[in-house]
Design a binder for this molecule. Structure first.
Ligand code: ADP
Ligand code: ASP
Ligand code: MG
Length: 412
């Protein structure tokens, strides 16, 4: 009886393809999996630093650069690495070819700069693999309905990899990065962070959405929907010496912790609209123009009014700050604010865990721990399995470490 070969997707992030030696190492790793008899499809990011440089070029010319041209520029990083990786594979005697997003095709919506995948055609990739050729897919990019190149938002190659895995019905999607798994918090910040053998989709989704950039949020949502088995592991450690971390369904996790992890995000800016009339409709007057300007608002707090006046404070992505201010200033006649203050030296710290659904007192641990360190909480928001606070950016490391200890997450 013959069994069909295991089909795997191997995704390599920026630091894993940072220079030619790293690309050679990636090719060797792909060859290793292929020599075991597996069918392999590869997805690559741009070389470390390249996307940042491209984004910098666009914004230096125009902070509100045309999103279609921005995509044409920033997608180039992945085009380079897909070609280089194919060349490195060929040099090892492994037949390989590069695939750009439009060639597959990888169809997205029209939201240039942060496009959503609508459909990925698996047929061409499968035919390529059937012929014994390793497809090397340029991550991060697709083609929009206007037939122009689109990109999937920062960190989007993770989502490309999961989408490819779903399209070719892969048995696994291995995400190779610069850490050997998913930890209770960023292991670069907290040395005592603990590696999680398994994490539930929902928890990873929440952690990613509040800043744990080890996986792009959309990649987790897509894996959950398409039932793709995602594993995170290091491209620096030998394959035989690591198990990585698996993202799984909640019922596949034996020991459930109250708190799974802590994340931080330096990507937000705080905006306070001060001395506004305390009247019905004032929230709509502030937030409707922001929605119209495609600004996502995250945390919100309205202070208790006095003398018919109140203040509204909220956070937006740092990248949207200029657009948010312009939208509010354009409506100054309607909102009738006294002044607008902004602060981008802030960090959002979030504690995530499924256990929060059933346990009370989780928030007070957070507030007490921060109070003991003299850290002022500026804004608070909660969801079913998460509590977030906004604090001054300078306390980021102190707060994450203290909370990691307070919630009993430190490794022995
Ligand atoms: P890549 O370029 O491979 O996509 P990223 O930089 O996007 O890599 O993501 C990996 C980084 O995510 C790690 O270097 C680590 O600093 C950070 N990170 C943040 N939170 C976590 C976490 N909970 N577990 C592991 N890594 C995390
Ligand atoms: N190169 C892109 C970025 O830096 C996509 C990715 O690495 O996932 O955001
Ligand atoms: Mg990434």
């Amino acid at each position: 009886m013959s069994t069909s070969p295991t089909r795997i997707v191997m995704k390599f992030g920026g630091t894993s393809v940072a220079d030619l030696d790293r690309i050679r190492a990636v090719a060797a790793r792909v060859k290793e999996e292929r020599d075991k008899g597996h069918q392999v499809a590869v997805v690559v990011s741009a070389m470390a630093g390249v996307t940042n440089r491209m984004v910098g070029y666009c914004h230096a010319l125009d902070p509100m650069a045309d999103a279609r041209e921005y995509d044409a520029v920033v997608a180039s990083g992945e085009q380079v690495t897909s070609g280089l990786t194919a060349i490195a594979l060929q040099a090892l005697g492994v037949p390989a070819r590069s695939w750009q997003g439009w060639q597959i095709p990888f169809r997205t919506d029209e939201a240039h700069g942060k496009a959503r995948i609508e459909d990925v055609e698996g047929a061409a990739l499968l035919a390529c693999m059937e012929q014994g050729v390793v497809p090397v897919v340029a991550g991060f990019q697709g083609v929009a309905p206007d037939q122009r190149i689109s990109t999937l938002g920062r960190g989007g190659s993770d989502t490309s990899a999961v989408a490819v895995a779903a399209a070719i019905k892969a048995d696994r999607c291995d995400i190779y990065t610069d850490v050997d798994g998913i930890y209770t918090t960023d292991p670069r910040i907290v040395k005592k962070a603990r590696k999680l053998e398994r994490i539930a989709f929902e928890e990873m989704l929440e952690l990613a959405s509040v800043g744990a950039k080890v996986l792009q949020t959309r990649s987790v949502g897509l894996a959950m929907k398409e039932k793709v088995r995602v594993r995170v592991l290091s491209s620096f450690a030998p394959m035989t010496e690591q198990s990585g971390s698996l993202v799984v369904d909640e019922d596949e996790i034996m020991e459930k912790e109250l708190v799974t992890g802590i994340a931080y995000s330096l990507d937000e800016a705080k905006i306070s609209v001060r001395r506004i009339p305390d009247r019905p409709g004032i929230a709509a007057a502030i937030f409707s123009p922001l929605t119209a300007a495609r600004v996502n608002v995250d945390m919100i707090v309205q202070s208790v009014g006095s003398d018919g006046m109140t203040n509204m404070t909220f956070t937006v992505g740092k990248a949207d700050q200029a657009r948010a201010l312009a939208a509010l200033e354009a409506e100054s006649d309607v909102i009738q604010y006294g002044e607008i203050q902004t602060d981008s030296d802030v960090v959002k710290i979030s504690v995530v865990g499924i256990g929060m659904r059933s346990h009370s007192g989780m928030a007070s641990t957070m507030f007490e721990t921060l109070a003991e360190r003299g850290i002022n909480v500026q804004v608070i928001s909660t969801s079913e399995i998460k509590i977030s606070v906004l604090i001054a950016a300078e306390y980021m490391e102190l707060a994450v470490r203290a909370l990691h200890t307070a919630y009993g997450l430190d490794a022995d």
